[in-house]
Design a protein around this ligand. Structure first.
Ligand SMILES: NC(=O)c1ccc[n+]([C@@H]2O[C@H](COP(=O)([O-])OP(=O)(O)OC[C@H]3O[C@@H](n4cnc5c(N)ncnc54)[C@H](O)[C@@H]3O)[C@@H](O)[C@H]2O)c1
Length: 720
């Protein structure tokens, strides 16, 4: 043994060829600060060992290294900027040491080599990979950029244009693509990985491969003249701006770093990367995006624990209703390997449900993401039926019929009577209290809410709603099923609208008030999209949800929360819905919609909508961007706070992930609680107080006021 630490061991595998094998305890190899420090010590020793003529880097797991240890990020990023520069420089020095070893080096890469793992292999002279390779620098997804020399080495290996695409998108790249572009040197069968790597090393040692020249290229300025540089960097900056609208500083900083370092050798280039990395690490976007990663881990581990406790085997599912949601749920279940019976009362609905599933599968087939065999198997796993008796074999049933409490209660009561005693029953209601529906059941303990989002195959969130009588066993089974469907389940307590819709409707109410006062709704949409960062502004979102649906939900919410959410006397949504403008579904809402060549609805202004709205709205008036944002967001944030205070949602992490996964809350803001931390709860309360005269949705609770006075933060740096 040449060197041994907890995370790797180095030994000769052949005379004069050493193997440096990563074997970090636990399921994944990751580069913690401790591991990196030990790597530095080992490399110093190994560099002085004259018996070593070449070194191969391997992993004992089914992937190479998944990256740096993200759990260490936020406490580290909390250091002052100058200390951060020093810290990241020390880490980069280890990678330079690796690159400078006095003998040729090669990485034998299997599976994932991401982030710091990718940077490790870039610092070796050669890279041979197994076909399951996933190589990439996903740091921008965490609001930062590669900090272990990735912005310096990758452009010198695959060219600046390719490197900027890899780094600014953060995507993973498969073996074939990485080989084509020159990021790796060869692809071999997994069982040949080590022998092929050793063979290449031997060739390098024998002088048949010119490893010194290859290494030298990484130490020098980029091979681009000034004109090429000018064009290339201007184009990259333009593309990044178009994609991020200026909300995400990290991809732009990566481009600027590569540009600033283009004409420098390694030492100066690394210093630029170190300094810019530290700047990014201090941004609120980095805190928000790393926070999302950690919150996602938190909700996943919570869900896995519940699923592990599940004793109900879920081999067969059923869905009632083959509409937009029922069809989507059937597709998702079948696709993920849980066969599903899809029942409706209308043959035409069953056809529509099956067509919807075929359409999604057909698109994937077209893009080469699916085999014909998988498509046929998926469709075969959906059993459409009009007959109640066919449901008998289901272990879990999702009710997804029309949003009407009486119909849902009748359907659920019949289902309970027909089905074997302990079948798990769920409802995909979007607003109706689970306890209201459960009151029709003899065994309410077997029932809970399972709120999917539209379109089911794309939206990651499933809100699982615990009624007051729902048993733990039911929750465990439904969480297990949601995980089997590849979704991110979050368990919440019962109330009208549950968590996501309960906080969405006050947001719509705030927007509606603005429209009544004369805001130009298209301008307000642009502010909420381009300035706040929502994927769609409120008018557009209402059109997508459906104005009839939104109108109906407003009633349910008004019944549930009469003091805060009473229907407004002048209601633009009601006016449009009454004129049969239901939004995207019938081509007319706040906007009008026409299909483009690819069959996607495109929105346009519509004078008829303005004319109709003039009956309840004041003539157009200018509002500042800040006021538009405040008047939409304060009601939402207020309700989010109330949901935590009333234990509808158990933690800030679950609330933030539900908003990001269910509504598309701007990820660079990290969710509502992260946003409140960033603006400061006391500032939020002061702002809300300015608007308190506009109604109850703007008035903060006593608890919120106390939290603000006590300086409450929802996320602490340690462990978050
Ligand atoms: N559409 C959305 O964006 C969305 C999102 C989340 C939740 N939801 C909820 O999902 C549920 C279904 O919504 P949708 O948009 O799919 O509605 P939809 O109108 O598209 O489909 C409802 C289907 O239920 C069928 N149906 C009615 N009574 C039935 C019965 N007794 N047995 C079997 N089938 C019956 C209808 O024939 C229809 O095909 C509603 O509760 C809705 O609130 C909808």
């Amino acid at each position: 043994m040449l060197f041994k630490s907890d995370s790797f061991e180095v030994s000769f595998i052949k005379e004069s060829i050493a193997e440096f094998k990563f074997c970090v305890p636990g399921p994944v190899n990751k580069l913690s600060q401790q591991t990196l420090q030990e790597c530095g010590q080992a490399l110093t020793e190994l560099a002085n060992n004259s018996d070593i003529k070449g070194m191969v880097f391997t992993s004992d797991k089914d992937h190479f290294i998944i990256g740096a240890d993200i759990f260490e990020f936020l406490p580290t990023f909390d250091k002052p900027e100058a200390e951060l520069v020093e810290w990241i420089k020390n880490a980069t020095d280890v990678f330079d040491q690796l690159e400078d070893l006095p003998f040729p080096t090669i990485s034998a890469v299997n599976g994932m080599a991401l982030g710091g793992g990718c940077e490790w292999v870039l610092a070796t002279d050669y890279r041979v990979a197994a076909p399951d390779l996933k190589l990439g620098l996903p740091e921008v997804k965490l609001g930062i950029m590669p900090g272990f020399g990735g912005t310096v080495r990758l452009p010198r290996i695959i060219g600046a244009d390719n490197a900027m695409t890899w780094i600014t998108t953060g995507k993973e790249h498969r073996a074939e693509e990485a080989l084509k572009i020159g990021a790796i040197d060869s692809v071999v069968a997994p069982d040949k990985l080590l022998t092929s790597a050793v063979k290449m090393l031997e060739q390098a040692i024998e002088g048949k491969l010119d490893w010194q020249t290859k290494r030298q290229e990484k130490l020098q300025p980029l091979k681009m003249n000034r004109v090429e540089q000018g064009m290339s960097f201007a184009m990259a900056e333009g593309m990044v701006y178009a994609q991020t609208k200026g909300h995400y500083p990290s991809p732009m900083m990566a481009v600027k770093t590569i540009k600033a370092a283009a004409n420098h050798g390694r030492a100066e280039a690394m210093a630029i990367e170190n300094a810019n990395f530290a700047k990014l690490a201090k941004t609120p976007e980095a805190a928000a995006q790393v926070g999302i990663f950690l919150a996602d881990q938190f909700i996943k581990s919570k869900a896995r624990k519940l699923a592990k406790a599940n004793n109900t085997e879920i081999k067969q599912a059923a869905v009632l209703g083959a509409g937009i949601m029922g069809g989507g749920i059937a597709y998702q279940s079948a696709y993920k390997g849980v066969p599903i019976i899809m029942k409706d009362i209308q043959p035409s609905a069953l056809d529509l449900g099956m067509n919807e599933a075929s359409k999604i599968l057909g698109k994937q087939l077209e893009r080469g993401r699916l085999t014909l065999d998988k498509m046929v198997k998926t469709l075969g796993a959906i059993k459409p039926t009009l007959n109640d008796n066919d449901l008998q074999t289901a272990d879990i049933v999702v009710e997804a019929v029309v949003e009407n409490p009486k119909i849902k209660q009748a359907v659920l009561a019949k289902l309970e009577a027909d089905m074997p005693e302990n079948t798990v029953l769920t409802s995909n209601t979007s607003t109706i209290c689970i306890d209201v529906l459960a009151s029709a059941l003899k065994k309410p303990e077997n029932f809970c809410g399972m709120h999917f989002f539209n379109p089911v195959h794309r939206m990651p969130l499933v809100e699982i709603i615990r009624g007051s009588k729902t048993s733990d066993a039911t929750i465990n089974a439904v969480v297990d099923y949601a995980l089997k469907l590849g979704k991110s389940p979050i368990v919440v307590n019962d109330c009208p609208g549950f968590f996501v819709n309960r906080v969405l409707f006050p947001y719509f109410a705030g927007f509606n008030q603005l429209v009544v006062e004369g805001v130009n709704f298209a301008k307000a949409d642009k502010v909420m999209e381009n300035v706040f960062g929502w994927p769609m502004g409120p008018a557009y979102l209402l059109d997508v949800v459906g104005l009839d649906t939104a109108h109906h939900c407003t009633d349910v919410m008004a019944d549930g929360f009469p003091t805060r959410m009473a229907r407004q006397e002048k209601d633009p949504v009601a006016v449009l819905a009454a004129a049969n403008r239901f939004g995207q579904k019938n081509g007319k809402g706040f906007y009008q919609y026409q299909m483009d060549k690819k069959g996607r609805p495109q929105k346009k202004a519509d004078a008829d909508a303005l004319e109709l709205l003039s009956s309840v709205c004041a003539s157009e008036k200018e509002f500042s961007k800040e006021e538009i944002i405040d008047r939409c967001m304060i009601p939402m944030l207020n309700e989010v706070l109330l949901c935590l205070q009333e234990n509808i949602v158990a933690s800030p992490q679950e609330a933030d992930m539900a908003l990001i996964y269910g509504l598309g809350f701007p990820p660079f803001r990290g969710g509502a609680f992260r946003y409140l931390d960033q603006i400061g709860l006391a500032n939020f309360v002061a702002k809300a107080d300015q608007y308190a005269h506009l109604g109850a949705i703007f008035q903060v609770s006593e608890q919120t006021r106390q939290w603000a006075q006590a300086g409450r933060k929802f996320y602490q740096v340690e462990g978050q």
